[in-house]
Design a protein around this ligand. Sequence first.
Ligand code: HEM
Length: 516
Amino acid sequence: MDRFAHLLIERGLVQSFVVPLLASIFILYSLRLLRESTNKIPLVGRELGNTDKRRRAFIENAREIYKNGYREFKNRAWRVTGTDGDRIILPRHLIHETRHMPDSHFNLTKAFEKVMVAKYTGIGGNQVHTDFLAHVVRGDLTRSLNRINYRLNEASAKTVLSELGSCEEWTPVVVYQKLLRIVAIISGNIFLGPDLCQSDDWINPAINYTVNVIGSMNKLKEWKPWLRPIGQHFITEIRTFNEQKKKARTWLAPVIAARRQLMEDGEELPDDVLQWMMNKGADFNISDDELSLVQLNLSLAAIHTTTFTTTMILYDLAVRPELVQELRDEIRTVLAANNDIFTTRALFQMKLLDSTMKESQRINPGNLVRFVRYVNQPVTLSDGTHLSPGSMIEAPYGEIAADPELYTNPETFDAHRFVNLRNGLTTDPLLYKNKEQYQFVTTTKDFMHFGYGRHSCPGRFFAANEIKIVLARILLGYDIKMPDGVMERYPNIDVGLDSMPDSTKEIFLRRVKVAA
Ligand code: HEM
């Protein structure tokens, strides 16, 4: 036997045959275990047919599938087949249980990597970049809000007027396109400073980079996973955003070099996100060269999300003239009591505006799911649900936000819903001890528009201030109406999990001439 073993080793059979065989058995066994534990979670939409048919149904009618799943399995885990395999949907109490688990167990960056098809787009899978960006937004941007509100205020006063124009008579405006530029310029003021934010070299990539990234992602997902290595070559957007990355690098390089010089010379430094990133880059091993990419990632996270939200709200307002007047009255009263400045205190006091924004998010969830995480290590939850490494979990946010047990008359748009709950004027179905949890920026297991837990959106405080200030400027400056004969709000466009505002629609604006 010894001689036989010796012979095998001598001939390299152990390396070339036995080891790979054992490894294959181990992998097959692990895959089987993974499949078995995942298979115990009920699959919604099985009746739609094989994997391909379920994938197609997911792209065409995810809303219906999620509605059915939530109706049947509201309080336990269930599965659907998405474009990239099965997705596990967890109920609110299990999301709450997992919200603070470390990245070693549930990972957002790895989820981004999958969702954004990073293998081919190169976007979304860099843990260091994500951690760095989240750190700067949470640690520097959010903490600076009291100080920079006045800049948001000044930038919005100028930009809203210059972008929307004088509108002396009723003028049709494609709201989404206008808001994209307004948000890019005002955000850019804080991200890069008041001069650079006016440059088309910033505004165009800030807007179009995201469009190309999302476009390429959606097109790639039309291809079956095993065909994507070929499919990627047919997607022009991938080439376009790679070009944009190069251009951004070339454009920012001299700006960064000049700022490094200021730092060396001990001069006064700009007060913006780029500078905060430069101050901290070394702590995260981020080179100056990489900063342009992190800035593009910042616009990816900030510009379209904020624009979508603001557009949705304006579409909701355009069909509710009496609400517009009520909001104007609130904004005027609060500003009068705060020396006409949008301070943090003044923004906090605009509670009907806050409530309207949150209600608009509830009715228009933007995407049907939140808390998307990649499972890194095996985890067994308190109800016995076993999550295998490699699976993806999520919360059915769209269904939660429309659940009559959580929100009374959920199909009705009630701008006062959250302010009434905060003021104790209506009964609270969720029995929160602290009613301030009904603020726009608060994330709970019952309202996850900004995600939940350790990776909930760190930019939401900035976004809330920016949206409030922009909306206040529009409402004080302009009358709003739908085109003649259009009575209903513009419907959202649903594709897969996304539910987006129709970016082509017009509303009519007219400058307010006399203070009402
Ligand atoms: C209304 C606008 C916005 C919406 C709806 C939104 C939504 C979200 C959501 C859903 C997440 C994932 C959270 C989770 O899965 O738990 C997220 C993450 C993130 N958002 Fe936002 N966001 C908005 C604006 C912004 C802005 C303005 C910034 C930056 C200034 C920003 C920066 C980020 C970053 C850096 C992350 C990743 C956090 C991490 O990795 O820990 N977001 N956002």
